[in-house]
Each structure stands twice: as structure tokens, then as C-alpha cells.
Design a binder for this molecule. Structure first.
Ligand SMILES: CC(=O)N[C@H]1[C@@H](OP(=O)(O)O)O[C@H](CO)[C@@H](O)[C@@H]1O
Ligand SMILES: [Mg+2]
Length: 542
């Protein structure tokens, strides 16, 4: 390590005194002006991680659905997964080291993680469309360079595209070509193969309106359009030319407010969807003829995909082990439908994509989605090989054809991470093959009325949870109080947990009616306020 150069460059990216940030569920996120030193240091860390793994590491500059003024950064591990938890810790230490301790902290990390400093380092960098992203990604490049690492700057990409190219690079092209063109070609080819066999629905069914949150999704989807068959009539809204990123639009806005985004005119029964700011989440929705808004969230997306996969597995006659992975935020009605009607095993894990991804790897086919629309499907290597073999050699025509559909699905799905573009194409292909309207899809089951609230407390870490975050262990008395409140309502459930991305405690409640779900959520939020050190005025009823 050239400590003189490090000192010199670090001085160009100084850390504001006393500022501490944490590498959380979604990496670092903060106001953009606080992040220059974090970016430089994540460039350093990516170079070390690359040396430690002997692989290319990704760095994505984005704050996803946060306001345009924010920014953030996430590291991508060799196969396109989220950064390993032990390194999240190093990331936090490095970001918070005072200037004079930087060298010491780096040396310590190298020792703890057994980094061979002689090895080559290679880092792929991408960024979203925020005004601050260009400059911040330059700080990442400075960090990589000062440690003698090589970098490839992909410029403007969606988060899942960066995960994809990292995986392609480290699998030596097995997963695909590590270029955007390679991504467009692989996905569009698989998509075209899939919809070839669709029964040819009417023109009206082919339209899809997409709210791109005024973000990167609009740019990349337009870039992909020439690769898609002309039967797909995709209409891009909120493309970022007029309005602010994520402002009153995007997947998070639609999910949280349960209403349509600004800037997209919806006619009754038209199929619409929203991406988030870095295009790794997607939710669908429509309004019915009575003008009611219907949200089709990640749970219903997981259900649609599971139904389709289950049918195909039955056709190919393979007993591959399939499971759906959810978090506690999954609507209880979706869990019940999956377990009881579809007879698919469901597992509940802690909030955060890495937990879902990890669990999904235990199965031949693991379908995972957060209710907010982040998700994908993982196929084990063995399952993938079986399917590809059957698609090639199976003598029985029906079985072989079903295996081919599965094979194309494997190629269409971005298995590295949830991907709005890829998920959208998967959903569109399934709806088209099954001849389903958005209304029919929505009717698989009816969501239980629910409410998500947040409460400010002095220190949200006083709440500790267990059982995939569904029960609070501390502070004393809180869980007993929640249990007593839940008993007052029919078909009810409630839980609380400290957010990993915001300084709040989240409260979730379900009950038989919307009024009851609202009332239960409110009463639980009061319990949190009183027992967990509420800050400011007590929560008011809705
Ligand atoms: C209830 C909810 O939607 N929580 C989100 C949110 O996490 P919190 O830890 O709840 O702040 O942001 C995460 C990162 O985007 C996402 O994985 C998660 O699902
Ligand atoms: Mg996102």
C-alpha cells in the first residue's frame, strides 16, 4: 500500500468530523453532500474485497427510492450477491475512521480478512441518474485507483444490471456477456422464445404502462426496446425529463400510499406497473371500472410465478423442491394461499434481500419476494442442469416443451438480485402464456386489510426481535402488550421492528377490516411509544 498517496488522495475526500454512518440493509444512505468520503473509502474497500476474493467486485452508487437529494452506495460480491455480512462491518469501520486513523483501519482490515496485497484488484462501477451520482462515482474510482486496482466504469446502469455484469465477469461468461448489450440480448432472446408459444391475446392485452420513477429504469428500458419484439407495447411514463426522481411516483410510493403515481394516466382495467429509482423493485396495479385502485404487490408476483413454475414442474414430471421465501411483511392471505391452495412450502425470514436470497439458495427452486416488490427466483445448479438436459434430450414432446419453457425462464430471470426489467418481462410472459388479465391475476386471493406505520423513538435498538422479527424480546412488556392488543381483533396479527434503513420503528398490523387494521396498528404504535422511549408527540390515530 502506498500510504503517501493514500494520505494525499484521502485529503481530497475528507470525512466531516464526528459524522458516523452505518452500512445497513441497503448499504450506506444519506444526504449526498455527506457521502464523498464514504464513496472514496468504498472504492478502497472494493479493491481489498477484490483481492480477498480473487474476483471482480461491484460498486453501485444509488439511493434507490430515497429522495433525489440523497445518495448511497452498495458493494456487490463476486456472484452478484450482496456484500458478505463480515465485510459490512469493515465497511462501517472504514467509513467512520477519522482521517488520521484511516491507514491503521485499512491495515487492520487487511489482517483480519487475510487480504493478499500483491494480488490484482478489479472493480466494476455503476451509478443511477441522481445529479450527485457522477461526482460520487468519481470518488469511488479515486479510491480503487489509489490502491492500484483496475476499474471499469459502466456509467449509468440499473442496480440489477451491475449485479448481472459482475456475475458474468466472475463466471467467465457462463452467466452471459458482461455488457449491457449482453444483458439486453440474453433477456430479450429468452423472452421472445417464451412468448412464441402464447395463445396470442388481443391487442388490448398487449399494452403495459410503466412508471419509471423518473429514474434510470426509463433510460435502460428505452435502450432495451429495440431488442424486444414489436408485439410488446411498452409505454414509458415518468422518464425523468420533466419531474424529480421518486417524487410522488415509483414502486415505493405506490406501495406505501396504495395509490397511483403522479404522471401516469390510468384507464379502467389497464395493466400498469412502477419501478423504483434504481429499477430493482416492481409493483403492478390497475383501477377497476368503479374507479377503485388495486395494488398487485411482491406477494402476488411471487404467487403468479409460483403457480406457473408448479404447473411446468408437473408437466416435466420432475420432483424438484420448490419453496417461496417471504418476510413478516408478506400479507397473511398470500401465505395462506401459497401454503393451503397451492401447497407450496413458505419460509419467513428477516427483512432485507440478503436474508431472502440466502434462504432461497437452499432449494432447487427458491422464489423470493418482499411485499414491496423486490424479488427473483433462484435455480440450483443441479436443477438448472436437469432442466437444460430435458429441454435438449427428452423424447416425450410435452415434457420437452415444458422443460424448454423452464429453460427460457431461467435465462429471463436475473438470478443475481431482484430486477424490475427482468421481473416485468417474466410477468408479462406468464400473463400472456396463461391468457390472464390483470384483474384475473389480482383475484387469486384477496389481501387481508393491513397498515404499516412508523414511530420515532430515542434509540430504536432498544427493540430486539426474534422469530424472523415477528416477536419483540425487548423492551420488557412490549410483546405481552402487543399480544393483548392483537387478541382484541379478528384475524389479526401485528409486529414491530427497528428499521434497517431509517431512524424509526416500523409497526405492521393486519385485521379483518381496514378500520380494525388501522386501529390495531395505532394501538401498537402507542405501546411502542410508551414502552420503547417514544420521541416527540405521541402517535395520533389515522
Ligand atoms: C417494510 C419494508 O418495506 N422495509 C424495506 C426497507 O427496510 P427497513 O429495514 O424496513 O427500513 O428497505 C429495505 C431496503 O430497500 C427493504 O429490503 C425492506 O423491505
Ligand atoms: Mg431499489
Amino acid at each position: 500500500m502506498d500510504f503517501e498517496a493514500l494520505k494525499k488522495y484521502s485529503a481530497l475526500h475528507p470525512k466531516p468530523a464526528r459524522l458516523t454512518l452505518q452500512y445497513g440493509t441497503a448499504g450506506f444512505r444519506s444526504k449526498a453532500e455527506q457521502l464523498d468520503h464514504v464513496m472514496f473509502r468504498m472504492g478502497l474497500l472494493a479493491a481489498l474485497r477484490s483481492r480477498a476474493t480473487g474476483s471482480t467486485i461491484g460498486v453501485m452508487v444509488t439511493a434507490s427510492h430515497n429522495p433525489e437529494e440523497d445518495n448511497g452506495v452498495k458493494l456487490v460480491d463476486p456472484l452478484g450477491e450482496m456484500l458478505h455480512p463480515s465485510w459490512e462491518e469493515y465497511a462501517t469501520q472504514l467509513a467512520n475512521a477519522e482521517e488520521q486513523d484511516l491507514q491503521k483501519t485499512l491495515t487492520e482490515i487487511c489482517q483480519k480478512a487475510a487480504v493478499n496485497q500483491q494480488k490484482d484488484a478489479s472493480v466494476f462501477i455503476g451509478r443511477d441518474t441522481r445529479p450527485s451520482s457522477k461526482k460520487l462515482s468519481q470518488a469511488v474510482i479515486d479510491g480503487v485507483s489509489v490502491l492500484g486496482g483496475q476499474y471499469h466504469d459502466y456509467g449509468l446502469v440499473t442496480t440489477p444490471q451491475l449485479h448481472y455484469v459482475v456475475c458474468c465477469q466472475n463466471t467467465r461468461g457462463q452467466y452471459g456477456k458482461p455488457t449491457l448489450e449482453g444483458y439486453y440480448q440474453k433477456l430479450s432472446k429468452a423472452f421472445m422464445e417464451l412468448i412464441k408459444k402464447s395463445p396470442g391475446s388481443g391487442e388490448g392485452q398487449r399494452h403495459l404502462k410503466i412508471d419509471c420513477a423518473n429514474g434510470i429504469g426509463a433510460l435502460k428500458l428505452s435502450e432495451m426496446q429495440p431488442y424486444l419484439p414489436k408485439e410488446v407495447l411498452v409505454h414509458i411514463y415518468n422518464d425523468g425529463t420533466k419531474e424529480k426522481l421518486n417524487h410522488l411516483c415509483g414502486a415505493d410510493f405506490v406501495k406505501v400510499h396504495q395509490k397511483p403515481p403522479k404522471g401516469l394516466d390510468m384507464k379502467p382495467n389497464e395493466r400498469c406497473c412502477s419501478f423504483d429509482g434504481d429499477a430493482d423493485r416492481i409493483v403492478y396495479y390497475y383501477t377497476d371500472t368503479a374507479g377503485h385502485f388495486h395494488l398487485i404487490d411482491g406477494d402476488k408476483i411471487a404467487t403468479l410465478i409460483s403457480i406457473f413454475l408448479k404447473e411446468l414442474l408437473a408437466k416435466v414430471g420432475q420432483t424438484l423442491k420448490m419453496a417461496v421465501i417471504q418476510t413478516a411483511y408478506a400479507n397473511g392471505s398470500s401465505t395462506r394461499y401459497l401454503e393451503e391452495t397451492l401447497q407450496v412450502p413458505v419460509h419467513c425470514v428477516k427483512t432485507g434481500v440478503k436474508h431472502l436470497h440466502h434462504k432461497a439458495q437452499e432449494f432447487d427452486i427458491g422464489v423470493y419476494f418482499e411485499a414491496n416488490g423486490h424479488g427473483t427466483v433462484l435455480f440450483s445448479k443441479a436443477a438448472e442442469n436437469t432442466i437444460r438436459q430435458l429441454a435438449k434430450d427428452e423424447k416425450d414432446d410435452a415434457k420437452r416443451e415444458a422443460a424448454k419453457v423452464l429453460e427460457n425462464l431461467i435465462d429471463l430471470i436475473n438470478q443475481t438480485v431482484g430486477d424490475a426489467i427482468s421481473d416485468m418481462l417474466v410477468i408479462e410472459a406468464i400473463l400472456s402464456l396463461k391468457g390472464l388479465t390483470v384483474h384475473q391475476w389480482d383475484a387469486f386471493y384477496t389481501d387481508f386489510p393491513n397498515r404499516l406505520l412508523k414511530v420515532q423513538v430515542a434509540d430504536r435498538q432498544v427493540i430486539d426481535t426474534t422469530d424472523a422479527e415477528r416477536r419483540a424480546v425487548t423492551p420488557p412488556g412490549l410483546q405481552e402488550k402487543i399480544d393483548a392488543l392483537v387478541k382484541k381483533y379478528k384475524f389479526s396479527r401485528a409486529f414491530v421492528r427497528p428499521s434497517g434503513t431509517e431512524d424509526v420503528v416500523r409497526i405492521y398490523a393486519e385485521a379483518d377490516t381496514q378500520e380494525n387494521a388501522d386501529a390495531l396498528a395505532h394501538e401498537v404504535s402507542l405501546a411502542v411509544y410508551h414502552l420503547a422511549g417514544g420521541r416527540g408527540a405521541p402517535p395520533q390515530p389515522l
